[in-house]
Design a protein around this ligand. Structure first.
Ligand code: SF4
Ligand code: FES
Length: 357
């Protein structure tokens, strides 16, 4: 077996519990119940094992990680292990007192998700009255403590036309970085795809707005935004390549190469309850299957971009082309590429299904 490079970062999905109901949630449709969640000591061990393996960063996520009463203890363990800690939160329940405790436990960075710049629209998508105002108060509290702040807005058909307002809001909130992320069509977003996919003219206009604003705000606020897969001709290196830079730990302790990997039906993921992270990362079949380039079919196998995009996204290949080992349909060289445009053409202003247990 060839030597495997260490991971750079990982997503610790501490829980699937969440007070919000965003229809593009990256969690699986089959949400993990609280009773199946890993305990505090398990997470502490995973933080130490990850750092020993070479990981530099942990993204503490969910669901809503604040739903874990032991988040402070998990943070202390991550911080002591030497990991840079990023809390990814909806922030509607983030009190000033809790923020003080989290900062005291070693929190380095906070990423707050916003749904929109328009409060009623944001609350509608989040499924909670007053959520938007709470998030803005939490963002102000983060900045008041001198913690680094990123705002993240998932964009879709119902908010993309307010991209200027989103950028102004992030600037006013003092964010150092704004991530404008197109919904990734796995899990809940895939179930709601027909209601969420934006029109091509919306995407083109947003790209132009973001380009102009990125230039205007250089040195004040960084903006991340890339062309969504449904309008691309080449895929992105999903997760930086399967099992190359990144892994996910689910609330019940399974180690996976990406957050949607459980949609691949014949794949068994190592449980970190009884498998070391080193074993899971380095030797498990799940992490090996699409690592590198040996697994690739044509046209990827002979393509000059195969070590740039690593064949794109396995979960999107499964969802759109019917096989996880197929070429990502975001690539114009994929025989299934036409299905991406067909999905856009089939989308409309329909209702979405909120994320619920
Ligand atoms: Fe990437 Fe494969 Fe398309 Fe080449 S053929 S650009 S490797 S997805
Ligand atoms: Fe699973 Fe892209 S989300 S490989």
């Amino acid at each position: 077996m060839p030597a495997v490079d260490p991971p750079y970062a990982f997503l610790a999905e501490l829980t699937h519990r969440c007070p919000l109901a965003c229809p593009y949630c990256s969690n699986p449709l089959d949400l993990a119940r609280a009773a199946s969640e890993l305990g505090t000591a398990d997470w502490g061990r995973i933080m130490r094992e990850a750092a020993e393996l070479g990981a530099m960063q942990v993204h503490l996520s969910g669901g809503e990680p604040l739903a874990r009463r032991d988040l402070e203890t998990i943070l202390v363990d991550a911080h002591r292990a030497g990991l840079y800690t990023n809390l990814i939160t909806a922030a509607v329940s983030l009190s000033e007192a809790r923020l003080d405790r989290l900062a005291g436990a070693g929190l380095d960075h906070v990423q707050i998700s916003l749904q929109d710049a328009d409060a009623p629209a944001a609350d509608w998508v989040a499924g909670m009255q007053g959520a938007h105002a709470r998030k803005l108060r939490a963002a102000a509290a983060v900045r008041a403590r001198g913690l680094a702040l990123t705002l993240n807005v998932v964009v879709h058909r119902h908010n993309l036309d307010r991209i200027e307002e989103v950028i102004e809001l992030a600037l006013d909130a003092g964010a150092g970085r704004l991530e404008i992320a197109h919904a990734q069509y796995h899990g809940w977003a895939l179930a709601n795809r027909a209601a969420l996919l934006p029109r091509p003219d919306q995407v083109r206009r947003a790209m132009a707005v973001v380009a102009a604003q990125t230039a205007r705000l250089r040195g004040r606020m960084a903006i991340d935004h890339v062309l969504p897969d449904h309008m691309a001709v080449r895929p992105k290196a999903c997760m930086g390549g399967w099992g190359r830079r990144f892994f996910v730990v689910t609330p019940d302790g399974r180690a996976m190469p990406c957050h949607a990997a459980a949609t691949i039906p014949d794949m068994v993921f190592p449980s970190l309850r009884d498998t070391s992270l080193r074993e899971a990362w380095g030797r498990s079949e799940a992490f090996q299957r699409f690592r590198g380039t040996d697994w690739m079919p044509d046209p990827c196998r002979s393509c000059e971009r195969r070590e740039i995009d690593w064949g794109g996204c396995r979960c999107q290949a499964l969802a759109m082309a019917g096989a996880a080992a197929a070429t990502d349909p975001a690539c114009a060289l994929s025989p299934a590429h036409g299905r991406m445009a067909a999905a856009v053409a089939a989308a409309g202003n329909e209702d979405f299904r909120p994320r619920r247990f």
